[in-house]
Ligand binder design. Structure first.
Ligand code: AMP
Ligand code: MG
Length: 352
C-alpha cells in the first residue's frame, strides 16, 4: 500500500500549481489518474518502462493488452509514429481533441510494454481541459488505459477510481464526472481503409461523413473468433452480478421483464434493470427491483454518459442478476451496445 493523494481540480478554473505537481509525479515515474472526456485514465511516462509495467500490475491488466498514448499536440504523432499518412492528419484536424484513438506504425523508441509487443502504437489527443493541461505540463507522451481494475466497469467518476486504485497509485485528480462516458473509438489507420476496432465517442456516421461510407470498415464486433483489438478477447466492463442483454420490440421486452421481476420477487432475489425511460413499468417500482435509467432511447449519448456508473450502482445495490435492454445501434448507441455485449460475456438474447 502507498498513500494515494486525491486532489480536486475545477475544469473551468484550472489550478496550474496542482497540475504542475501532478506533472512532476509523472516525470518522476509515478502513476497519476486523471480525467478525460471519455473515462478517467491511469497515466505513466511512456519512456519509463518500470512505470508502464506498474500500470499493468496495479490494474491486473493482461500484458498483451496494449495502452493508448496520450498527447496534447497533434505534431507529437511524428515522435511516436513511423509514418503519418495524410488520412491521419485529416482525422486529427477533424476529430482531435476528441474521443478518437488512431493506430499507426510505431517508432522503435517506444518501449514494447506500451504496445504489448505490437508493431503499432495507439495515439489519442483528449478533449478535457485538465487532461490537456496535465499533458502539456508533463511535456511527454503519457500511456494511459482506463483507471480501473481490469475487467471492471471503466471509471467515469473519481469515486470509481478511488474504489479500484486507492493505495496503489501516487495521485488521483478529481474533476467531476466525465462527459462522453464511454472509451474512445479505436481506429486502425494502417490500411487502405479505416477500420473501427472498437466503437466509441467518434461514431461510424461521423467518420463516414468525412471520408465516405466506402472508406470506413466497421467489422462485426459480435461473435468474432479473432479479436480485432487485443483487448477485445477479455471479459470487460463487468459488474459482479451476471448481466443478460435483451433485444427485441419494446412491448415483448417489457412484458418479459415484468414476468422476470415478479418471479424474482417471489424467489427473494434482487434484480437490476438497465433500460430506457420508456421501458419503465409500475411492476418495477417495488422491492426487489432496482430500475436504472439510460435516459431517452432517442438520445443514446445520455446512456453512454451513465452506463458505467449504472453498472457500478448494480454492484453497490448487491443485485443478484442484471437485465439490460439493448440500445439503438446508431451513433454512440453502437458503443453502448458493444460495452453491454461484453459485460454480458458476448451473448445477446432476442425476446419475441
Ligand atoms: P483502454 O485504455 O483500457 O481503453 O484500452 C485500450 C484499447 O486500445 C484496448 O482495447 C487495446 O486493445 C486498444 N489498443 C491499444 N493499442 C493498440 C494497437 N496497437 N492495436 C490495436 N489496438 C490497440
Ligand atoms: Mg479499459
Amino acid at each position: 500500500m502507498i498513500k494515494t493523494e486525491i486532489i480536486t481540480v475545477n475544469p473551468k478554473a484550472i489550478d496550474q500549481t496542482a497540475l504542475a505537481r501532478a506533472a512532476t509525479i509523472l516525470r518522476q515515474g509515478g502513476l497519476v489518474a486523471f480525467p478525460t472526456e471519455t473515462v478517467y485514465g491511469l497515466g505513466a511516462d511512456i519512456y519509463n518502462r518500470d512505470s508502464v509495467k506498474k500500470i499493468f500490475t496495479v490494474k491486473g491488466r493482461p500484458g498483451d493488452n496494449p495502452l493508448i498514448v496520450h498527447i496534447y499536440h497533434w505534431e507529437q504523432m511524428t515522435e511516436l509514429a513511423r509514418e503519418v499518412p495524410e488520412t491521419a492528419k485529416v482525422l486529427a484536424q477533424q476529430f482531435w481533441p476528441g474521443p478518437l484513438t488512431m493506430i499507426l506504425p510505431k517508432k522503435e523508441e517506444i518501449p514494447a510494454e506500451v504496445s504489448a509487443g505490437l508493431p503499432t502504437v495507439a495515439i489519442r489527443l483528449p478533449a478535457h481541459p485538465v487532461a490537456e493541461e496535465l499533458l502539456r505540463q508533463t511535456g511527454l507522451p503519457v500511456a494511459a488505459p482506463s483507471a480501473n481494475t481490469s475487467g471492471r466497469p471503466s471509471p467515469t467518476r473519481s469515486s470509481h477510481v478511488i474504489a479500484d486504485l486507492d493505495g496503489k497509485i501516487e495521485l488521483i485528480i478529481d474533476a467531476g464526472p466525465t462527459g462522453v462516458g464511454i472509451e474512445s473509438t479505436v481506429l486502425d489507420v494502417t490500411g487502405p481503409k479505416l477500420r473501427i476496432l472498437r466503437p466509441g465517442g467518434v461514431t461510424r456516421e461521423m467518420l463516414e461523413a468525412v471520408f465516405g461510407p466506402e472508406m470506413v470498415e466497421a467489422p462485426p464486433q459480435i461473435n468474432c473468433a479473432r479479436p480485432l483489438a487485443p483487448g477485445m478477447k477479455y471479459r470487460h466492463y463487468a459488474p459482479q452480478a451476471p448481466l443478460r442483454l435483451l433485444t427485441g420490440e419494446s412491448d415483448p421486452v417489457r412484458r418479459f421483464l415484468e414476468r422476470t421481476a415478479v418471479q424474482a420477487r417471489s424467489a427473494g432475489k434482487q434484480l437490476g434493470i438497465i433500460a430506457y425511460e420508456e421501458d419503465q413499468s409500475p411492476v418495477f417500482v417495488s422491492t426487489g427491483v432496482t430500475f436504472l435509467s439510460l435516459g431517452q432511447r432517442a438520445n443514446p449519448t445520455e446512456g453512454a454518459e451513465r452506463l458505467f456508473h449504472l453498472l457500478r450502482l448494480c454492484d453497490q445495490a448487491g443485485v443478484d442478476e442484471i437485465y439490460a435492454v439493448a440500445p439503438p445501434r446508431w451513433g454512440v448507441g453502437e458503443a453502448v451496445f458493444n460495452r453491454l455485449h461484453k459485460a454480458a460475456g458476448g451473448k445477446v438474447e432476442e425476446i419475441k
